[in-house]
Design a binder for this molecule. Sequence first.
Ligand code: SDX
Length: 381
Amino acid sequence: MDKAESKPAAKTGAGLEGVVAAESAIGDVDGVNGVLIYQGLNIHDLAEHSTFEETVYLLWHGRLPKRDELDALKQELSANLRLPEEVIELMRRFPAKAEPMDALRTAVSALGFYDPGGRDLSREGALRTAARLTAQLPVVVAAFGRLRDGQEPVESRADFNIATNFLYMLKGEEPEEREARIFDQCLILHADHELNASTFTSRVIAGTLADMYGAVTGAIAALSGPLHGGANTNVMKMLLEIGEPARADEWLAEALASKKKIMGFGHRVYKTEDPRSVWLRRFSRELAEAKGETRWIEILERLRELMFAEKKLYPNVDYYSGSAYYLMGIPLDLFTPIFAVSRISGWTGHVLEQYANNRLIRPRAEYIGPRDVKYVPIDER
Ligand code: SDX
């Protein structure tokens, strides 16, 4: 930088596209070849063989757990399932029509009041908070899902894993084993994705040495938008609007002619198929066939063909997940909170990494406004 210049000349494209903003050992996205890894392990290997709890350990500790380490994590998660009574009471006062992502954001922020160790940012303290949040997010989402319908929350079961427990607490009945495993695999697939908008948000907040509740509250807000996690609900709304496979061509032609963004397509990093969508497509089809309701997957597959032919765009992680959750009987507006139930593992992993080697994140803006503007008294304007 020239001495006379007040800031570096480097400029970035809109939306920080292509900018490398942090070093991280947690996960990597190869957008050209469609490869996603968590701590070196391929997502396909994890989706096939791992569990969400094991993946959580991997993201926080950099390697797969030994049996006793996994048992200890499971125990810690089970010990943290109970929400403070004050937070349940607070949720009872939320408007029944509140967006569940807003309810989750507010409840998570409030959870911080009742965690006496929440401001301990040491590795040990932050790991403890991470376990608490990972255990409690699904409880909050399931409880709000019931309270707004005038039903009482269902007590969690310490012998269930996170996936089974969530479905159990939401519906009040034990889920079918295959569905619970598919849900567990969905949680693995959504756990981390490098510096996506919500994870970046969590790192920026953690970089000020704010606590993990604050970092996660901000991340939930970022995830809620329709360009990010909010897309999964919107994909299902689109399918319901289209209604029948025979209407897909006409609907898409009209949508593209009116310059609509088609939810679930495109990605900032992937220039090929999102590897997660391969699994989600499989789950969506399997559930469709098991339930005898193939119309959503048929519409999805027709739109996929057309979008590739017209725009060379591929489906992203949000494209198939909604139809799978819908077939599991989950309300549409809980799809994005479910994304958060999984991504809490990646957010907290990144916050742990940020705290471990912190420097305030504070970039510059390229000023494009006027200079030397004189102040004019209010009566003379
Ligand atoms: C997630 O970053 C992550 O890793 C996120 C995520 C994670 O795991 O955390 O993978 C999860 O957020 C998935 C994305 C969910 N969002 C959607 O499905 C919403 C629909 N998609 C888009 O709006 C868009 O593709 C984004 C937001 C995902 C990416 O936006 P970019 O990188 O800013 O791309 P862009 O909007 O500038 O689009 C580039 C071109 C444009 O055409 P041109 O003006 O150059 O001719 O592609 C077109 C866009 O119009 N385009 C689309 C489109 N996506 C891109 N056209 C129609 N429908 C779309 N969905």
